[in-house]
Design a protein around this ligand. Structure first.
Ligand code: HEC
Ligand code: HEC
Ligand code: HEC
Ligand code: HEC
Ligand code: HEC
Ligand code: HEC
Ligand code: HEC
Ligand code: HEC
Length: 447
């Protein structure tokens, strides 16, 4: 008996025994797929093994049902008597999963391949270089897959499972960015590691933040008690111990369905230079609160959001807005050029919002105190006071515009009591209190 057929037999037997499903899975494998299996069992046994563990296999969805293509399609290949395409795009999955595909298409994930004309794009292409963009940016964001004349894919653009990949059929995204082939498992996609391929690092450390949060700690402690392998997975009904990325951004609550548009529960844009509310943010906020409420009480959740909103406001008003406006003024006054990345100030500003400024906001939004403070606002403040403002002074001096620097300090720094210490020094009473504190606490002398 052939390997897959034997497997089917055993599986069908198990189903009959448990009375779980009366139909024989055996009967469902199409004649076309049987032929794919004949060869591929030899050539790619691992792939078939993975497929046999999938719900697709149980439902009789085989190689042919996903890979079949029509003659004339850009990436169609003549293949041993069949016409197949290697890429099974979101549009192909949409034939059977219209809801998930439409939501995915409406999300920012689907737009992530469109990064060429951005500041990050300028950095990648000009300061880095094309090969670095191919193995870096595009493995997360997605490539524009190019089909060569012989029907094969341009190796500069393939393989790739970036989240906003532009497919030969024009559709955007890759379902296998999260549902790794050929298991296409819900269980796997519910785990935080799935998102951690892309959501990490100096400019968007969501997985690191999550790992240090109470939620991440509990996930590791109780991973095997979260019922992640069950078809139904509703927060507060099927599990209580910990939320994962998917819980908060994708999965169902007793009141909300699963969504493949990961933006539907976000009230802030936390990755922008200056954070602003998203469109229709009140509705989105109430949906995220609904997620939290599956496990927490109302006042706990409101308290959390109050802390987050005040923190975002602090980042915006104390640091980001003045830094942005000062730089714009220096450009208008001809002290620095209008281009990005050709003045030292451009780089300090870039890291201020794109690295530490984002880390801070992501830390605050997902309960990672070390990212909110030490990798976050601490770095923002340090760079604002000890690099940005000194560089502004130096650039003005070089341009012979000392008065401009004085105007900047008066307008953006002295006008805000939160910056008073920068020009006036620390309050002597506070300095004395500090010394006394260390003396009383550690019997330590402080200079
Ligand atoms: C006569 C044997 C045979 C049959 C029948 C067959 N395949 Fe293949 N297939 C192969 C071999 C061999 C390869 C090449 C493997 C390699 O690249 O090393 C291949 C490659 C592929 C690829 C990758 C192509 C690429 O260039 O990336 C896909 C997708 C594929 N097969 C799907 C199918 C599907 C779907 C069916 C059934 C409709 C099928 N095959 C039927 C032998 C077969
Ligand atoms: C549910 C749909 C689905 C089914 C069923 C399916 N595939 Fe695939 N297959 C995909 C997707 C998606 C990819 C990844 C291509 C992409 O990134 O879009 C892929 C990729 C491949 C590749 C190229 C990747 C590589 O690692 O070389 C081969 C070969 C392949 N499939 C063969 C098969 C065979 C043989 C079967 C039957 C056992 C099968 N597929 C069943 C969706 C499917
Ligand atoms: C020909 C129809 C068909 C196609 C094409 C198809 N699927 Fe499915 N898919 C199904 C069916 C049927 C199920 C089982 C539904 C169920 O159990 O409720 C399923 C289940 C799933 C599941 C749930 C798995 C689990 O762990 O329960 C995922 C994820 C999935 N499909 C993803 C995809 C992706 C991604 C593609 C495209 C690469 C795809 N499907 C293409 C029919 C299809
Ligand atoms: C490790 C994966 C990864 C790499 C590598 C990567 N990015 Fe990103 N990028 C992301 C993620 C994740 C986000 C979303 C950040 C968030 O929301 O916190 C993002 C955000 C962005 C944004 C902002 C999009 C928006 O709508 O606001 C741009 C533009 C961007 N990246 C371009 C690039 C470019 C260009 C490169 C290479 C020079 C690159 N990225 C490298 C994962 C990556
Ligand atoms: C950002 C990651 C991600 C991407 C990309 C993604 N999915 Fe999913 N998908 C998930 C998660 C997580 C779940 C499990 C939700 C739950 O039940 O908790 C899921 C569940 C599913 C299910 C089962 C739905 C149900 O209610 O049981 C299907 C079907 C599915 N996805 C299809 C797709 C298709 C088709 C695509 C591409 C158009 C896709 N997914 C892209 C993360 C993703
Ligand atoms: C292959 C890379 C990749 C994977 C995997 C991935 N993402 Fe993303 N994600 C991105 C990129 C890139 C962006 C920024 C898109 C943009 O705005 O251009 C993003 C944006 C987001 C956003 C912001 C959406 C918005 O509307 O502003 C959320 C939330 C998100 N991802 C959650 C998740 C979750 C949860 C998972 C895992 C289930 C996940 N992502 C998996 C790359 C990825
Ligand atoms: C306990 C729930 C929860 C968990 C777990 C969680 N997040 Fe979030 N996430 C949030 C909240 C709350 C926000 C901010 C919501 C708002 O804007 O109102 C957010 C924001 C985001 C954003 C948007 C950032 C931006 O630039 O605007 C991304 C991307 C993201 N999360 C990804 C992830 C990833 C990846 C994981 C897992 C490693 C994860 N989240 C885990 C609740 C969660
Ligand atoms: C699946 C259940 C679940 C969901 C959903 C959930 N949490 Fe939690 N959360 C917990 C558990 C359990 C704890 C641990 C309580 C403790 O510290 O004893 C926790 C702890 C916390 C803490 C305390 C952190 C600390 O370090 O003390 C905060 C804040 C928090 N959650 C906020 C949220 C927010 C905001 C949301 C929604 C965006 C949310 N949670 C969603 C289960 C959940």
């Amino acid at each position: 008996m052939k390997k897959w057929a034997k497997c089917l037999y055993v599986f069908t037997g198990a189903l009959v025994l448990t009375g779980f499903l009366a139909v024989s899975a055996d009967a469902k494998i199409s004649a076309e797929t049987e032929q794919c299996l004949e060869c591929h069992a030899e050539r790619m046994p691992g792939l078939i093994e993975q497929w046999q563990y999938s719900t697709h296999w149980q439902a009789g969805i085989g190689c042919y049902e996903c890979h079949a293509a029509k003659k004339g399609e850009v990436d169609a290949l003549d293949h041993n008597g069949f016409v197949v395409a290697t890429i099974v795009s979101p549009r192909d999955c949409a034939k059977c999963h219209p809801k998930e595909s439409a939501e995915q298409e409406a999300s920012h994930h689907a737009k992530a391949g469109d990064i060429l004309n951005t500041n990050d794009g300028l950095l990648g292409q000009t300061l880095g270089g094309e090969p670095a963009v191919a193995v870096g940016c595009r493995q997360c964001h997605g490539s524009i897959v190019k089909v060569l004349e012989d029907g094969s894919f341009d190796p500069a653009t393939w393989p790739n499972t970036g989240i906003g990949r532009v497919n030969p059929d024009g559709s955007k995204g890759t379902c296998s960015a999260c549902h790794t082939r050929h298991r296409f498992s819900k269980e796997q996609s519910r785990k935080p590691e799935v998102c951690g391929k892309c959501h990490l690092g100096p400019d968007h450390p969501q997985i690191e933040v999550y790992n240090e949060s109470k939620h991440g700690i509990l996930y590791r402690a109780f991973e095997d008690k979260l019922n992640m392998d069950k078809p139904k997975w509703v927060a507060g009904e099927d599990y209580y111990d910990a939320p994962t990325c998917s819980t908060c951004h994708i999965s169902a609550t007793p009141n909300l369905p699963v969504t493949h548009d990961v933006g539907t529960r976000l009230s802030w844009n936390l990755r922008a230079p200056i954070s602003a509310r998203t469109s229709d943010w009140e509705k989105k906020l109430s949906e995220m609160k609904d997620v939290c409420n599956s496990c927490h009480g109302d006042s706990f959740v409101s308290g959390f959001y109050r802390q987050l909103d005040e923190f975002v406001d602090l980042y915006n008003t104390k640091f980001a807005l003045p830094a942005r406006d000062i730089r714009a003024l220096l450009m208008d006054e001809g002290v620095i050029s209008k281009a990005n990345f050709d003045d030292k100030i451009d780089w300090i500003w870039w890291e201020l919002w794109h690295h530490e400024g984002r880390r801070a906001r992501h830390g605050a939004a997902m309960s990672g105190p070390d990212y909110a403070w030490w990798h976050g606002i601490y770095d923002v403040a340090k760079h604002f006071y000890t690099e940005y403002l000194p560089e502004v002074e130096e650039a003005c001096a070089k341009a012979g515009k000392h008065a401009l620097y004085d105007q900047i300090i008066a307008k953006y720094i002295d006008s805000d009591p939160r910056h008073a210490w920068y020009t006036q020094g620390f309050d002597p009473k506070k300095v004395e209190a500090l010394k006394k504190y260390y003396k009383d606490r550690y019997d330590q002398k402080v200079d």
